[in-house]
Design a binder for this molecule. Structure first.
Ligand code: UD1
Ligand code: MG
Length: 460
């Protein structure tokens, strides 16, 4: 936001609540959604409004929440300075903002977001602040009209449409409960007005909580003007208080991600069974087949065929690759490589280009070179396999002696027959051949044929 004076806007995020309804030992705002802790989305939105300062009110499990926010700020390019405010006791959203007043007082205007509304978009956040500036009122709140307003504070308006106050669901009469315009929990305040009103609100309910929403009525009673900015897209205001709402938010974030990918030229055959985290990148003309999950910082190139039934996490896949019914974690697959069906590629593996890992093969911390094939039923661990090597069915790198892991090196154009055990550390020379059924315990020179198995005896 380009506010006059430049430094007149602060954004405050409320994240001190216990999140009791989550029934969890994890603080609510740290529950993952779309592959990120929930608070990430509010933090990113706050940063995008370009305030002079971002305040975050923490309380319940404050060290854990603070640490996670600091990490996110580093990883996700949050450029605005963050100040943490410690709410000593969870005495309600009004109390949380009261504790933040020493920070807010340095600014003319404050936007307040709840840390549990991860679906709010930049358009709504910006629209709220913009509308506040234009309307020149004391408070502007973001509202939405919901088919089912259950669980939210209701917006009470006068017959002329002016906002009078917000009634929390727990205190509303049946008639008030039938109001379908709800409070999103996002507001824009003139700080001076907010300060005066906050000091006057009293505690409610058995816990004597102070509701931030009570500020509105006080402001109005003093002749202040309250505006409502109605969200164009009601699903945005969805608050997450329970696991049911968490799964609904997950579904919406996923749908948004899939739509963005499809509009950028990726085919998603079955959005209903496809889950893609917010940071995943996919190139043009890649086809994602049903029942595929792409997580974390996965990057997939152009013209790939991914799925069905793939789980891929924090992995990079080059152009023109094929991955079928497989699990890949923290690995790199280089271009024109085919993986699967039923392959398991584990961390620190680099495979390809033009390599082939096939049925029921597992690869861990290994480099598999250009054009090399590991087609059937193999375990390749801590190995370096150069180009154009053929690994026969059932080959095992015996990399672990019970104490330490050892390396297997197989030079280019070697041919390893079926059912071979390679007892590491061991080195197979360039162009060497290993007879099927061998247990190789010593290095094999270039172009040699190694036979390490008992000679067959036919007895009668
Ligand atoms: C709140 C609003 C409600 C609105 C809804 C939108 C109040 C009183 N009610 O209800 O009108 O429709 O959000 O989602 O604000 N928090 C603190 N300290 C506290 C208590 C809460 O920081 O002592 C924080 C929470 O971490 C959360 C936010 O304030 O981020 C809102 O609290 P929550 O308990 O989720 O309120 P709702 O019942 O959702
Ligand atoms: Mg809430």
């Amino acid at each position: 936001m380009n506010h006059k004076g430049g430094r007149s806007l602060a954004v405050l995020i409320l994240a001190a609540g216990e999140g009791t309804r989550m029934e969890s030992t994890i603080p609510k705002v740290l529950h993952p959604v779309g592959g990120r802790p929930m608070i990430f989305y509010t933090l990113r939105l706050a940063n995008a409004l370009k305030p002079a300062s971002i305040g975050v009110v923490v309380g319940h499990e404050s060290d854990r929440v603070k640490q996670s926010i600091q990490q996110l700020a580093k990883d996700c390019g949050i450029t605005r300075p963050i100040t943490f405010i410690h709410q000593r006791r969870a005495l309600g959203s009004g109390n949380a903002v009261l504790e933040a007043l020493p920070l807010l007082k340095k600014f003319k205007t404050a936007v307040v977001f709840c840390g549990d509304t991860p679906l709010l978009t930049y358009e709504s956040g910006y629209g709220l602040a913009q509308s506040h500036e234009e309307q020149k009122g004391q408070v502007t709140l973001l509202t939405a009209k919901l088919g089912n307003p259950k669980g939210y504070g209701r917006v009470m308006r006068s017959p002329l449409g002016e906002v009078l106050r917000i009634i929390e669901e727990s205190l509303a009469s049946p008639k008030e409960l039938s109001i379908n315009e709800i409070n999103s929990g996002a507001y824009c305040f003139e700080v001076e007005t907010l300060q005066t009103a906050l000091k006057e609100i009293g505690g409610k309910g058995p816990k004597k909580e102070r509701f931030l929403t009570d500020v509105l009525e006080l402001v109005r009673n003093k002749g202040g003007k309250i505006n409502a900015y109605v969200s164009q897209n009601p699903e945005e205001v969805y608050g997450v208080n329970s696991r049911l709402q968490l799964s609904a938010a997950e579904r919406i974030l996923n749908r948004r991600m899939l739509e963005r990918l499809m509009l950028s030229g990726v085919t998603v055959m079955d959005p209903a069974s496809t889950h893609i985290d917010a940071d995943v990148e996919i190139g043009q003309d890649t086809v994602i087949q049903p029942s595929t999950i792409l997580r974390g910082k996965t990057v997939i190139g152009r013209n790939c065929a991914i799925g069905p039934f793939c789980y891929i996490e924090n992995s990079q896949i080059g152009n023109d690759c094929e991955v079928r019914i497989s699990q890949l974690t923290d690995c790199r697959i280089l271009e024109k490589t085919a993986i699967g069906p039923f392959s398991h590629i584990r961390p620190e593996s680099v495979i390809g280009p033009r390599a082939r890992i096939g049925n029921f093969s597992e690869v861990k911390a290994s480099r598999i070179g250009f054009g090399t094939k590991v087609n059937h039923l193999s375990y390749i661990g801590d190995a370096e396999i150069h180009e154009d090597v053929n690994i026969g069915a059932g080959t095992i790198t015996c990399n672990y002696d019970g104490k330490t892991k050892h390396k297997t090196i197989i030079a280019a154009k070697a041919f390893v027959g079926s059912n071979v055990n390679l007892i590491a550390p061991v080195k197979i020379g360039r162009g060497a051949q290993i007879a099927a059924g061998s247990t190789v315990t010593e290095d094999v020179p270039d172009d040699a044929l190694a036979i390490a198995r008992a000679r067959q005896v036919n007895k009668k």
